[in-house]
Ligand binder design. Structure first.
Ligand SMILES: [Zn+2]
Length: 288
């Protein structure tokens, strides 16, 4: 699933590709992709909408359409946008023939198409007047200067769950997913199963720096594209951060820091990758 760096990269690319354009025609090929309003109302409201730019909140793409509405899109597992050149398709049905998993097609005023393709159908569109309708319960943005180590420490108080699972909780902090949680915990030398409220202030400071570093590095690299190719750019190209991952998807390879074999465990039905040698499990030691 695309995480903060991937969604950020897609938002920048979409701003460059479709910012300033007006939507002249909308086709919803699978109504389930439209969370709100009803699909007919969505088509009516989006037709004529002016795309000012595309931003991000958590893992949501945010299309600024000018008051009084904005379009939020969550890509979930396999949702992606593709920009088709003018003349590539006469109409949405033709586009659908070329892309069997096409769910929403929007023709732009220069003749190009903005296509939403989603094999596993979990991606959702939310056309709202107030972003808070969708994002009110999201946690803080980890790259916001207001998200300091002290703020992280406050949020960790009384959290008894495992730190890795907490980092994936979008209400705790927005935008982090499985890849960057594993990478940040490795950088911070923290075991993924550590109980969150047992982290020392030194560990919290390291974790905060590691979260910021790993997300920024991901953005610089244009995100991570894994072998399943579920995250690709709107122009079909791939991210580059997969070459720089230290532990994620590298079980049985050697830890780049200490040379011990990286392990994979399952937490909350998600794979976690870590180094059992240099990500010390203090909780376990306390029990023995
Ligand atoms: Zn190690």
């Amino acid at each position: 699933m695309p995480e903060l760096p991937e969604v950020e990269t897609i938002a920048h690319m979409l701003t460059r590709a479709v910012g300033g354009r007006t939507v002249t025609e909308v086709a919803v090929l699978w109504p389930g992709a439209i969370d709100r309003p009803a699909p007919e109302a969505f088509v009516h409201a989006m037709t004529g909408a002016h795309i000012e730019r595309v931003g991000r909140r958590g893992k949501f793409l945010v299309f600024a359409l000018g008051a009084p509405q904005m379009l939020l899109v969550h890509l979930r597992m396999s949702g992606r946008f593709r920009v088709a050149s003018a003349g590539e398709f006469e109409n949405a049905d033709q586009a659908s023939g070329a892309f069997p998993h096409l769910r929403v097609a929007m023709r732009l005023d220069d003749g190009r198409w903005l296509l939403f393709i989603n094999q596993r159908k979990f991606g959702r569109f939310y056309l709202v007047e107030n972003i808070e309708e969708v994002t009110a319960r999201l946690g803080p943005e980890p790259l916001d200067p207001a998200f300091t180590a002290a703020r992280l420490a406050e949020r960790l108080e009384n959290r008894r769950g495992e730190i890795k699972r907490l980092l994936l909780n979008q209400h705790f902090v927005a935008g982090i997913g499985n890849i960057y949680a594993s990478e940040a915990l490795w950088q911070a030398h923290i075991h993924p199963e550590r109980r969150a409220d047992t982290l020392t202030s030194a560990e919290i400071t390291r974790l905060h720096a590691a979260i910021v570093d790993t997300l920024r590095a991901g953005i610089v690299d244009g995100g991570t594209s894994l072998e399943d190719r579920q995250y690709v750019y709107p122009d079909g190209s791939l991210g580059r951060h997969q070459r720089r991952l230290n532990v994620y998807d590298r079980d049985e390879e050697l830890c780049p820091r200490c040379g011990y074999a990286i392990e994979r465990i399952v937490q909350g039905q998600r794979s976690t990758y870590f180094c059992p040698a240099c990500q010390e499990d203090v909780t376990t030691e306390d029990q023995t």
